[in-house]
Design a protein. Structure first.
Ligand SMILES: Nc1nc2c(ncn2[C@@H]2O[C@H](COP(=O)(O)OP(=O)(O)OP(=O)(O)O)[C@@H](O)[C@H]2O)c(=O)[nH]1
Ligand SMILES: [Mg+2]
Ligand SMILES: [Zn+2]
Length: 375
């Protein structure tokens, strides 16, 4: 078994030889976006690993650990303003200080978000600046097309291209039925089988990650995400863990998100298996991955038909005629309800934040005048 991934901040040796940032996906666009920060004497870096409050960054002069500036930590934007793995950031390094300070995050080209776990209605950016998102689903008991729908909604909203990897293909005799089923759920996405045991599909993964492109692996614990990266790397960089014999569930082996440069020049982000995948998206985007339903909907009598109890609904008619899977329409309704509920909670939260900010403002104004009275 390989050792655990680096968990202490000294685990990655700071190198002294300069590194070409192109290795981490730096290009002319990032260069242009960074210009104002370069003028302030800041250096560019890409977030490599995210621990709780500490980040590990790739820079042109080796890896450094970093923390957010006070301004980013306590700003009004909340968790969205925190750097996520894959972000390009502007850092300040003070001679003699071991930790760099993240002063700014360059505008993200794409980001994959979900609702933060727990009660808070807060967006959590799982990974940033992704060209591709690989949804990894094992062909063992992990296989679940309904969960795939949920992932696709979030990938759709992220701006990255979705790829569906049916992993552990060596465990089943014929992958064709599952591929067909997933293709029906994921119109427009590439769906293919991979296996590290017989090497199937690995070249296809490499092909969608040419030099400079960044992908992220998402999926349940035990789906084989870290194992796949190790195979693409040709080394056991990441810890992997066998699924439980009783129910084939994973053991949450990966604890941190981590950006790994691959030999071909592409980059892949490993993520911990998700326990909870709550939506973070508007009701309109929640249904854009249901092209099959959207294609039938123009036939409904009402233009704003929700395909529930409305009369002369073409979508329900298609289900009754056996042309559309009933489970598919059920998912459509479920995801839309969830997105609506989230939207309502966000409205409430927005008002609370505004009120709190109003209070802070009026206190600051009062203090300002009190100060002046004393002068
Ligand atoms: N048969 C078979 N087993 C595989 C394959 N890929 C991974 N596995 C096994 O699946 C188990 C889980 O693999 P991991 O790579 O740790 O899974 P993970 O998705 O990273 O899981 P977390 O880190 O917990 O989220 C390990 O025992 C792997 O050996 C495959 O292609 N075929
Ligand atoms: Mg893992
Ligand atoms: Zn309808």
């Amino acid at each position: 078994m390989p050792g655990p991934p680096p968990t202490t901040d000294d685990a990655i040796d700071p190198s002294t030889t300069p590194v070409d940032l192109a290795r981490y996906g730096w290009d002319a666009g990032w260069e242009a976006a960074f210009r104002p920060y370069a003028e302030q004497g800041l250096a560019p870096a890409r977030v490599a690993i995210e621990y709780n409050h500490l980040l590990r960054l790739y820079t042109a002069s080796g890896d450094v650990r970093a923390q957010h500036s006070g301004k980013l930590l306590h700003g009004a934007a909340g968790r969205h303003a925190m750097a996520a793995v894959g972000d390009w950031v502007a850092i300040r390094r003070t001679p003699g200080e071991r930790t760099a300070v993240i002063e700014a995050i360059l505008p993200r080209r794409t980001h994959f978000s979900r609702k933060a776990a727990g009660e808070l209605t807060e967006q959590q950016v799982v990974a940033a600046n992704l060209d591709v998102v690989f949804i990894v689903m094992g062909l063992d008991r992990d296989y679940n097309p309904r969960r795939l729908e949920r992932y696709l909604v979030l990938v759709q909203a992220s701006g990255a291209r979705p790829q569906v990897l049916l992993s552990k293909a060596d465990l089943v005799a014929d992958v064709a039925p599952q591929i067909a089923e997933c293709e029906a759920v994921a119109p427009g996405a590439d769906v293919y089988a991979v296996s590290v045991r017989d090497g199937r599909g690995l070249d296809r993964v490499r092909a969608v990650l040419p030099a400079g492109q960044t992908g992220a692996l998402l999926g349940s614990s035990g789906a084989g995400k870290s194992t796949l990266i190790n195979h693409l790397l040709g080394s056991e960089l990441l810890a992997t863990g066998a699924v439980r014999a009783s129910d084939q569930r994973g053991r949450h082996t990966t604890r941190h998100r981590q950006l790994v440069p691959l030999p071909g020049g592409g980059l892949l982000i490993d993520t911990p298996g998700m326990r909870e995948l709550q939506l973070w998206t508007a009701p309109e985007t929640a249904t854009t991955s249901f092209d099959d339903i959207e294609a039938i909907a123009p036939g409904c009598h009402f233009t704003d038909c929700r395909h529930r109890t409305e009369p002369r609904c073409a979508v329900r008619a298609a289900v009754e005629a056996g042309e559309l899977d009933a489970a598919r329409l059920e998912s459509f309704h479920k995801l839309q309800d969830e997105a609506r509920a989230l939207e309502a909670r966000q409205d409430v939260r927005g008002r609370i934040v505004e009120r709190a900010q109003g209070k802070i403002m009026s206190r600051a104004v009062k203090q300002f005048y009190r100060g002046r009275d004393r002068e």
